[in-house]
Design a protein around this ligand. Structure first.
Ligand code: ZN
Length: 195
């Protein structure tokens, strides 16, 4: 699935399972950590834009280095090292990492029916076991859009009720500005409805 969907999913879980903003942020980041192996796309696009020889680092490395057990352990240990509650953040990060793998297994297919994207759980060392789901739906399909929409609506409801939004993952100040804006809109809608 797309990084935004992964981030929304892990943040929503993190909000309900951690008790401080720092740990929430770390657990939320675990949900997008696997896609760090997709940064080769930037190199490919840069080479293409500059007219250099074509590269295909994205397809070579994406899902091979970052979507397995080793990467899950490294990411969880690193994230837990910065946490207030280290054991809890380690366990939650490990779980969010695997939620990402599960979501990719379900909905990260390419446009063609055979463009299935497998998970190499013991990558980058072994190709087996290779997990692939024959019913995997395309990345750009409606189930992914629906899941993203539901998670987004859920995140807005959390922002209105708890006064914290997904922006807290990136910047505390941006989070405050965003929550205030949402509450202002909510009040305006409520006032308009009363008239
Ligand atoms: Zn992924």
């Amino acid at each position: 699935m797309a990084p935004l969907t992964h981030l929304l999913a892990s943040w929503v879980v993190a909000v309900h399972t951690t008790d401080n903003p720092r740990d929430t942020r770390l657990v939320a980041l675990a949900g997008i950590a696997p896609d760090l192996d997709g940064v080769g796309l930037l190199v490919d696009l840069t080479n293409q834009a500059l007219g250099r020889p074509e590269t295909d680092y994205y397809h070579l490395y994406h899902h091979w280095y970052g979507h397995g057990l080793l990467a899950a352990l490294i990411a969880s240990v690193l994230l837990a090292a910065f946490a207030k509650q280290r054991l809890r953040v380690f366990a939650l990060s490990f779980a969010m990492f695997h939620l990402h793998l599960l979501c990719d297994l379900a909905g990260s297919r390419g446009p063609g029916l055979k463009d299935l994207w497998p998970i190499y759980y013991f990558g980058p060392f072994r190709y087996r076991p290779m997990w692939v789901w024959p019913h995997q739906w395309p990345l750009e399909s409606w189930p992914n859009q629906l899941i993203t929409l539901v998670l987004f609506a859920w995140s807005i409801s959390i922002a209105l009720n708890r006064g914290r939004s997904i922006m807290e993952v990136f910047n505390r100040r941006a989070d405050t500005v965003f929550v205030n804006l949402l509450r202002k809109w909510q009040n305006q809608i409520a006032c308009a409805a009363r008239r």
